[in-house]
Design a binder for this molecule. Structure first.
Ligand SMILES: CC(C)(COP(=O)(O)OP(=O)(O)OC[C@H]1O[C@@H](n2cnc3c(N)ncnc32)[C@H](O)[C@@H]1OP(=O)(O)O)[C@@H](O)C(=O)NCCC(=O)NCCS
Length: 193
């Protein structure tokens, strides 16, 4: 296993690693004691299961959105990590920081957003995600950041469990965040680093 930093000009190769996963369950959000006791995330099965593919659900069209990041924003401060098994590219992470007009960055200079994280389905559950996450934390620290922020959704239970396992804490639960996907709930994870 090898993790290397690569320029964003290699985003197309990053996008060749599938990001799709099967949604077999989702988190329901249940207010506890009317919300005074917080909000419980309760896992419930999804029947029938379906495939969610972030590369194919953007309004900008199939696989097009990856390429558009660089058209849309000045990504000169961003970073990209790639995971290799020998010479095979099996995963990667795209990291955003210091960019105007990226709301997720909150106008802060000391925040890194883990923008895109993916491990090839054949390699999931074998430690590549954790290695990429650890390299992300190291990259963010090296660039003067004090916090990592990640967006996911209530129908990505594996990613939520993965982020929680890495020490992230749920910072926000936002319904109606996605016009295109009214049933999905946005979950924001944070990790002080
Ligand atoms: C989420 C993802 C990146 C995790 O990567 P991974 O390589 O499968 O994760 P790892 O094997 O490194 O697991 C690291 C830890 O998280 C835990 N974990 C990973 N997936 C989990 C799951 N589905 N349920 C519970 N725990 C899980 C592992 O048990 C492991 O714990 P350990 O450190 O105690 O051994 C990967 O599943 C993936 O590419 N998913 C599809 C794309 C995606 O959803 N990206 C995130 C978008 S927000």
């Amino acid at each position: 296993m090898k993790i290397v930093e690569e320029p964003l000009t290699r985003l197309t190769e990053h996008g060749q690693v599938p990001i799709a996963f099967e949604v077999k369950s989702r988190f329901r959000t249940d207010p506890v004691d009317g919300g005074l006791g917080g909000i419980a995330l309760v896992e419930e099965p999804v029947h029938p299961s379906y495939v969610k593919d972030y590369d194919r659900t953007s309004e900008e069209g199939p696989a097009g959105w990856l390429g558009r990041w660089r058209e849309r924003w000045d990504t000169s401060a961003w970073g990209m990590l790639a995971a290799y098994d020998g010479s095979r590219r099996v995963g990667g992470a795209v990291l955003a920081r210091r960019t105007d007009r990226v709301n997720m960055l909150e106008g802060r200079d000391d925040l890194t957003v883990l923008w895109d994280l993916r491990v090839h389905p054949d390699y999931r559950g074998t430690g590549f995600g954790r290695a990429l996450f650890e390299a992300t934390v190291e990259w963010a620290r090296r660039h003067g950041c004090v916090e990592l922020k990640i967006e996911t959704q209530n129908n990505n239970v594996p990613a939520c469990r993965f982020y929680a396992r890495q020490g992230c804490r749920l910072g926000a639960i936002i319904s109606n965040a996605y016009e295109e996907f009214p049933d999905e709930i946005q979950l924001i994870w944070r990790l002080p680093i």
